[in-house]
Design a protein around this ligand. Sequence first.
Ligand code: SF4
Length: 472
Amino acid sequence: MGLLETGGAQITSRAEEADVIVVNTCSFIDTAKQESVNTILEMAQHKSSGRAKKLVVAGCLVERYRNEIQKNIPEVDAVVGTGELEDILRAAGIESRSSEPAASASPFVILNTPAGSPSLKSGIPARVARPEGDAREAMGRFSRDQWDGAIADLPNYLYDEHTPRLLATPRASAYIKIAEGCDHPCGFCIIPQLRGKFRSRRFESVVAEAERLAARGVREVTLIGQDTTCYGEDLDLKDGLALLLDRLARIEELRWVRFLYAYPNRITGRLLETIAANQKICSYIDVPLQHASAAVLKRMKRGAGADIFLRSIERMRRTIPNLTLRTSFIVGFPGETEQDFSELCAFVKAAQFDWLGVFGYSDEEGSAAFLLEEKVPRRQIEARRRKLMQIQRQISKKNKRRLIGREYDVLILGPSEETDLLWEGRTEMHAPEIDGKLFINDFGTNRELTPAKFYRCKITETHDYDLVAKII
Ligand code: SF4
């Protein structure tokens, strides 16, 4: 969006106003692909019966189905892969780049993001790859041979602090991508083929971007990447994420710094101590564990198991008082038995996560698991997904009750989307967009609340996942 705006486009979120429509897509599992395709088809109607003259498809679906998209949806004028984002200007029909908005040719553009947040880049080549990435490449981890129409070149660059950005998030919050790509071998996952080998942004580039965002009014930054805990390994940085968090927390205007998507065996003592020692770093860890049965984790090519995870969780909670812990699991991985699933249920009961998501296994061509036999029937996958969520619902309900009477800083988001009678906010327990909600039903002595500002609140009521609070 920043590149488009710098090129002279005016951005709109109303498709019916747009001369050019850009659909930014996701394709890592079936439901994401379906949502992406549905959105493209919906937007294509604006070309046949409305104002739009161009339809551009960007993102991961392009990496996977480059040729088929244009062949099967003739309304699509151009595609832009995850490594070709500067081509968005040509694709949108904006030929020249300028720091001033163009006087003529100001197409309206809508960006639609079915999953994830928009990512932008400049053409900076990746830095030296890690030996781990090279070894995995030699083993074929990044091969796209099985995908008709995918180009052989992997995406291989990163945006930097000079890349223009237009924030799509509420004013006080921003995501910062600190690394791109992934070298892990997880058997169910095609993200490495879609996003390329792991590479970190320069330390100074991330700091410069965070400082600029803070100067523009951002108070919370959320660091993202396919694997944030590997940050800096390709820059010869030891404990790179801990160093980066510590540095960002010293930016005066920032109030909260958090990161998402930790890889379990990369959570170091130094990282935990850094979180514990610094008030501005949210006491929040999102560590997708994917399963707890050692047999399933081995077939997933991830390793470890329930005992190791429980010890690790115990260490996290011991080091960081009041830690909020989020995870996600995949149920129905090929060969998952009733016994494996029972182990997972027992583990979830023992671990008592604050937030938990469950995905049904999605069989993706090009993943190692696609070639495995003993596929679990879809109905059984769904039944297991529902059962695990039911277990978590009880855990969440019970543990949320303990929060009644506690006080937290809350970042006000605005009136609730569900009812005009309530407002919504987030505490450090709530990462943007993913965790349960915090409703505010009592403004205390304030006549009104200001969105994007921090207040102090007290929890007065709890539900299965959501909280109700009053401003104090
Ligand atoms: S660490 Fe995450 S992105 Fe990387 S291969 Fe595993 S599941 Fe995919």
